[in-house]
Design a protein around this ligand. Structure first.
Ligand code: 4AD
Ligand code: MG
Length: 431
């Protein structure tokens, strides 16, 4: 029996007879030959079937197999400079494990709704492989970055009694006779983590009942959230630029073929090195004014505004000190101008807009109590959080980066829906 190998490792088996198990990606024939494109998840290889060197039955089998049929191919690994992987298989035997029914996704063009309805199958396509492998690389890089800097992973719960990011986007669920929310952010728990471990981070799914249908919004997305004790807004911005430079470099170092597959302009990514430009909210508002964008000073930047601001730079830009009135209750006001919050949004270049939101937290018990009241949040649910200010409060800061927004930018995609295996959008819960 020939040794079973993965296509990704095929170069190690040149000249040998091996077995590859996988699926038929595509096929074509030219009389005496069948060219089978076989994929096994680790790669794609061309299997060549010569009419002269296999049985009549086996050659006939090639005629019958359909796209995505599961097959076991036995053959000799031969170098082939013209093929993408550098090798082809010269087939000696072929077993059909299942003849697939008519596969809905054919090499022709399909509309996005159709592809999204078949997301469970669409994941088999090479473009989706490239995106999800880059996502995997980014997730690994995020963890390595914080692990390498002495942060402790403190996972935050998904069920929570707290509205962290305002009450308008909460998913509410019944919880044994009382109510709970799906978490919008792990931040409040990371503040507890930072007081316990000094440097903490969490990485998990977060939820927002976003009624907006934009290319940047999911209802379920993954967020990585570091939080550090004795750190101020400046330190937070330094951490954010180190972090983003690190993950972009990791993708450039390790995922070149995938970026190529997506036709990503890698020169633009190579410019993502620190320091990043820093702008105050007022500076950013001035850019909008100069570019004659209709914008009401004091309000939050919308997606289109962020696009205009970020297009003015070829690196991510850090916009700090937004009006406190439009920001979350937990933000610390700037002592030099209490109408502003000590917060930062990092806007990705090439028009991508916000990928990170964070800042310095209010560390004074009575100010925080007043803010909870002002935002009409239920005081009882925040009692545990106020304990963090009662028992050894210190200045602290952190941020959250949405993984899908980062993947969308780094891959150069036009919508976040392809950056997560099974996207959840306002009008999509299936598959
Ligand atoms: O700016 P946001 O709302 O900040 C927070 O949640 C803070 N509590 C984080 C922290 O300081 N620990 O969200 C942070 C990031 C955004 O910059 C964006 O990348 C992403 O989360 N995000 C979304 N991604 C996809 N779909 C949505 N609906 C998103 N909402 C936020
Ligand atoms: Mg934000």
């Amino acid at each position: 029996m020939a040794e079973k190998v993965y296509i990704g490792d095929i170069a190690d088996h040149a000249g040998k007879e091996v077995a590859v198990t996988g699926w038929l990606y595509n096929k074509r024939s030219s009389g005496k030959l069948w060219f089978l494109q076989v994929r096994d998840g680790t790669g794609l290889i061309q299997a060549v079937v010569f009419k002269g060197s296999v049985s009549e039955v086996l050659f006939q089998r090639c005629e019958e197999i359909t796209q995505e049929s599961s097959i076991t191919v036995v053959g000799t690994v031969a170098e082939d400079k013209r093929s993408a992987g550098g090798f082809e298989l010269q087939v000696t035997d072929l077993q059909v494990d299942q003849v697939a029914q008519d596969y809905p996704i054919t090499p022709k063009e399909h509309g996005t709704t159709f592809l999204m309805d078949h997301r469970h199958l669409w994941l088999r396509s090479s473009r989706q492989h490239a995106i999800l492998r880059i996502r995997h690389e980014i997730v690994g890089a995020c963890r390595d970055f914080f692990d390498g800097r002495g942060f402790t992973l403190v996972d935050a719960p998904v069920f929570t009694p707290n509205a962290c990011e305002g009450t308008s986007t909460l998913f509410e669920t019944e919880y044994f006779g009382s109510k709970a929310y799906l978490t919008q952010s792990g931040q409040l728990y990371m503040e507890a983590g930072a007081m316990a471990f000094g440097k903490a981070y969490c990485f998990g799914p977060t939820f927002r009942a976003e009624k907006s249908k934009t290319r940047r919004h999911l209802t379920e997305f993954w967020m990585i959230e570091p939080e550090v004790a004795y750190m101020d807004l400046n330190g937070d911005m330094e951490l954010a630029e180190d972090f983003i430079s690190y993950i972009v470099k990791r993708v450039l170092d390790n995922r070149r073929p995938e970026l190529e597959k997506l036709e990503r302009n890698t020169e633009a990514l190579a410019k993502v090195v620190k320091p990043f430009p820093r702008l105050s909210y007022d500076d950013a508002a001035a850019i909008l004014k100069e570019k004659e964008v209709e914008f009401e000073y004091g309000s939050d930047f919308g997606g289109a505004d962020e696009t205009v601001i970020s297009e003015a730079f070829d690196k991510p830009v850090m916009v700090h000190r937004y009006p406190a009135a439009i920001k979350a209750f937990y933000m610390k006001n700037d002592p030099d101008d209490p109408s502003k919050a000590l917060c930062v949004d990092v806007l990705a270049p090439e028009g991508y807009g916000e990928i990170i939101g964070g800042g310095q937290r209010e560390d004074d018990l009575s100010v925080l109590e007043a803010k909870i009241k002002e935002h009409e949040l239920p005081a009882e649910a925040f009692e545990w959080y106020l304990d963090l200010r009662r028992y050894g409060t210190v200045p602290h800061a952190g941020f959250g980066m949405g993984i899908e927004r980062a993947v969308s930018w780094i891959c150069g995609l036009s919508h976040v829906r392809e950056t997560i295996p099974f996207p959840r959008l306002m009008h999509r819960l299936t598959p």
